[in-house]
Design a protein around this ligand. Structure first.
Ligand SMILES: *[C@@H]1O[C@H](CO)[C@@H](O)[C@H](O)[C@H]1NC(C)=O
Ligand SMILES: *[C@@H]1O[C@H](CO)[C@@H](O)[C@H](O)[C@H]1NC(C)=O
Ligand SMILES: *[C@@H]1O[C@H](CO)[C@@H](O)[C@H](O)[C@H]1NC(C)=O
Length: 774
């Protein structure tokens, strides 16, 4: 600005009248003016084209190249981009911390590894935190094992959609990339598994339905918008379900279990256009999952038609050579993994000490193999709009104000309430009513006193589970209960997972002098988590002693609130009349304490139903964690409600309400379905609320085959679930159940599904109906 004014002033003077000295001054000024103008123009031009240097195709070196030309096909753009990369650059782009490129094109660092299991998660191990202004917090929804108990497809979708919107907003703010490695849909095969909490539980059908909603919610409507919102990833392929020895473990899985337990959810992911699949650490029948060409190339891509990118679990490429000892040299290892069909390595085997570079030099890996892997990764980035210029970028509407928004906080609270399971609520003799909900006790008027006892009374971060974000607040039970009753006394009594701070005597004394005790017990993600399977399913530390002492002196039946992801052996309390009620509240997210208080006081009528079998401790002695068999063989009692031959403490699907629901079939007649049929044969179930309170209710429909539980047949299979919201007292709702012939197929010993003829049983709640397949 200043230099232009000088130019105008100078030009008004008459040059002819100037003396020599003036001419020199003028020349100096003119040179200065020219330099200033040039510098200004250069600054303006570069600022314009590099307005947002995070956007690859707004970089001046890239913007005119074909790969940035949105009028061309994705295919030709990707090929153009790959053709401009050096071998070294290609290798650097195939690991999770993708280095970018600078020789012929300018690609920024790209982080393939982002997580959004139940809200955008912190990923400090990889790139430092995402959680910096303007996205300092994310909404932390309930951990999946709890969320799944809602059996509510719409809730699953709303949470995944909100998470995807937050994820895109994190990206738009420059704080995350676009490929998110969620959901975890491995079957929760054994209660000891530390990461079972990340999954929707033990049932393949529910897990597949859940996966569909997550993919839709995270990826958005690509057909309508033209681009993916963020990329989802189904993990860990396949049969992953333990942490102990996971780097070298070989999962021995028979064809029948593979077909009807371990593979179906992944197949559903592919059918629903998931854009990524992650391989497991373990081996599958002798071949490491990360070098398993049969599964990756023949099954996932070949038979199922997967067209996204395959990523290794983090460090799994190292495990192929160092733990599985499947390959002998580094070059051979690179070949085995890429040849199997893995595209992106999470880890740094490819880049460390030039291993992949050497494999290319010695001919073990061709440059074409690098190009194929890059193509699959870049294609997903293209579909995300990552290579569009700023003016063509999709999903720009998601901004920091959409993160941790009031709407999402409300959804997280609502979801936490719906994720709580009421396991027990027996009528108390002295009052003639069950202990819950608590509103019938008028503590103010009768001078009764309430004691909250146990190490989870003041639980906070425990509600976040694992793979969580940073919430802007966490609601703790103590404070939230005090909002209903200000005058509560409390005592931790002991710690969750240590023998320190023994205050059992103090707890016992408090229990003795209180009219109602609520126990807050359970475990945490130090006890069950990644790297940590449990070896027992009992309460840890001094908690069993604590409970024993409290029950011995409590004046009224005690209410137990149990916080955990996996099942805890509750057999000692199920039939003990001194325990009036048991509420299973898992790692239910940022509003955990508030949701628990709402359920205890009847502000929300619980409707969760277990998605995992609650076994007793004997189960662990009968089958090892490493035994992958689902069916009862070799002394195993069988796993999950589909095959377990013992008596569970609380079965899959168990969950009480403060009201009761009665089921009747609209028609009495048996149903006949010819094996040649197509489409739906409908059965209508009338569900009536026969209690006095309104409530939500999940209707679960199972089918049991002829000879159920014999000859490797399942006892029953879940085939349908529907959520009824706010059914008021005496209201009747009709539930239509579509039966189709595929529900009456079972996997045989060769892993092939066949229709099983004969008399099946339809089971809805406590009513059954014959179904004849002929
Ligand atoms: C997902 O969220 C967006 C933004 O709030 C909304 O417009 C869209 O309808 C939601 N999608 C679903 C399936 O709920
Ligand atoms: C509850 O825990 C928080 C930390 O999570 C702590 O700051 C607070 O003092 C605890 N409350 C009580 C009453 O101990
Ligand atoms: C149960 O396992 C936990 C850790 O998972 C351990 O701390 C505890 O000592 C074990 N308890 C028993 C009775 O073995």
């Amino acid at each position: 600005m200043q230099s232009k004014i000088i130019v105008m002033q100078v030009s008004r003077q008459s040059v002819s009248r100037m003396n020599r000295r003036n001419k020199i001054i003028l020349a100096v000024v003119l040179v200065a003016v020219v330099i200033a103008v040039v510098v200004t123009v250069v600054v303006l031009v570069t600022r314009k084209s590099g307005e947002d240097t995070r956007i690859i195709c707004d970089k001046s070196r890239n913007s005119d190249l074909p790969f940035c030309d949105s009028s061309l096909s994705f295919d030709s753009r990707i090929k153009d981009l790959i053709s401009r990369l050096t071998v070294e650059e290609k290798i650097g782009l195939l690991v999770n911390r993708a280095a970018g490129a600078s020789v012929n094109v300018e690609l920024s660092f790209y982080n393939w590894w982002n997580e959004a299991l139940h809200g955008v998660a912190d990923n400090t191990a990889v790139i430092g935190t995402f959680f910096r202004p303007p996205t300092e917090y994310s909404t932390v929804f309930p951990q999946i094992i709890s969320l799944s108990t809602s059996f509510d497809m719409n809730l699953y979708l709303q949470i995944a959609n909100s998470t995807g919107n937050e994820a895109r907003a994190f990206h738009n703010a420059g704080n995350a990339d676009l490929t998110f490695w969620s959901p975890n849909i491995n079957i929760y095969r054994d209660p000891r598994w530390g990461r079972g909490q990340e999954t929707p539980g033990e049932d393949p059908f529910l897990s597949a339905e859940y996966a569909r909603m997550v993919i839709d919610g995270l990826q958005g409507d690509e057909d309508k918008v033209g681009y993916l919102k963020v990329s989802a990833c189904c993990k860990h392929f396949a049969a992953h379900s333990l942490e102990t020895d996971r780097y070298s473990f070989d999962a021995v899985v028979n064809k029948q279990d593979m077909a009807d337990t371990y593979l179906p959810v992944f197949k559903t992911c592919v059918e629903n256009k998931v854009t990524s699949i992650m391989t497991a650490y373990s081996g599958i029948n002798g071949v490491p999952a990360t070098a398993n060409k049969y599964y990756i190339t023949d099954v996932i891509r070949g038979q199922w038609g997967f067209d996204g990118y395959i990523v290794s679990d983090c460090g799994a490429v190292d495990n192929v050579i160092n733990d599985h000892k499947y390959t002998k040299t580094e070059s051979e290892n690179c070949h085995a993994v890429l040849d199997a069909g893995v595209d992106i390595e999470c880890g740094d085997f490819f880049t460390r000490s030039g291993y992949l570079q050497a494999a290319v030099s010695d001919g073990s890996v061709t440059e074409a193999m690098l190009d194929t892997a890059l193509y699959r990764g870049f294609r997903v980035l293209m579909r995300l709009g990552y290579f569009e210029k700023d003016d063509k970028r999709p999903y720009k509407e998601f901004q920091p104000e959409d993160v941790d928004s009031e709407t999402h906080r409300q959804l997280a609270l609502d979801a936490a309430r719906r994720s709580i399971v009421l396991l027990k609520n027996d009528v108390t003799e002295s009052t003639g009513a069950p202990p819950l909900p608590l509103h019938h006790l008028d503590f103010a008027s009768n001078g009764a006193s309430v004691a909250l006892i146990g190490p989870h009374v003041n639980a906070s971060t425990v509600f976040l589970g694992n793979y969580h974000g940073i919430p802007s607040f966490i609601k703790v039970p103590l404070n939230e209960i005090q909002r209903y009753w200000s005058d509560v006394k409390w005592e931790a009594g002991c710690e969750v997972d240590s023998f320190e701070n023994n205050r059992l005597i103090e707890a016992e004394n408090l229990a003795r002098s209180s009219s109602q005790v609520i126990l807050f017990v359970g475990i945490n993600t130090e006890i069950e988590g990644e790297f940590g399977d449990r070896h027992n399913i009992t309460f840890t530390g001094l908690q069993t002693d604590l409970i024993r002492r409290v029950l011995a002196v409590a004046l009224q039946p005690v209410i137990m609130v149990v916080v955990s992801g996996g099942a805890i052996d509750l057999s000692a309390y199920k039939n003990d009349p001194r325990v009036g009620a048991i509420v299973w509240a898992g790692y239910i997210g940022q509003s955990g304490g508030e949701a628990i208080a709402d359920v205890l006081f009847g502000n929300y009528n619980p409707s969760g139903r277990l998605t995992q079998t609650f076994y007793d401790t004997n189960f662990l002695d009968q089958v090892t964690l490493q035994d992958m068999n689902m069916r009862p063989v070799n002394g195993s009692p069988g796993r999950t409600y589909r095959f377990f031959t013992g008596n569970p403490v609380y079965p899959f699907g168990h969950g009480l309400s403060y009201t009761s629901f009665q089921y009747t079939f609209a028609s009495e007649a048996d149903v006949q379905i010819p094996q040649s049929s197509s489409g739906c044969t409908y059965v209508v179930v009338r569900v009536q609320n026969i209690g006095s309170l309104p409530g939500d209710h999940s209707v679960l429909t199972f089918v049991a085959p002829p000879n159920a539980g014999l000859e490797g047949r399942p006892i029953k299979n879940l085939k349908d679930f529907q959520k009824l919201h706010n059914v008021v007292a005496s209201q009747i709702r009709d539930v239509q159940i579509c039966l189709n012939i595929d529900m009456f197929k079972l996997a045989n010993l060769d892993g092939e599904f066949e229709v099983v003829l004969g008399e099946w049983t339809l089971m809805v709640g406590d009513i059954t109906k014959g179904i004849v397949i002929y």
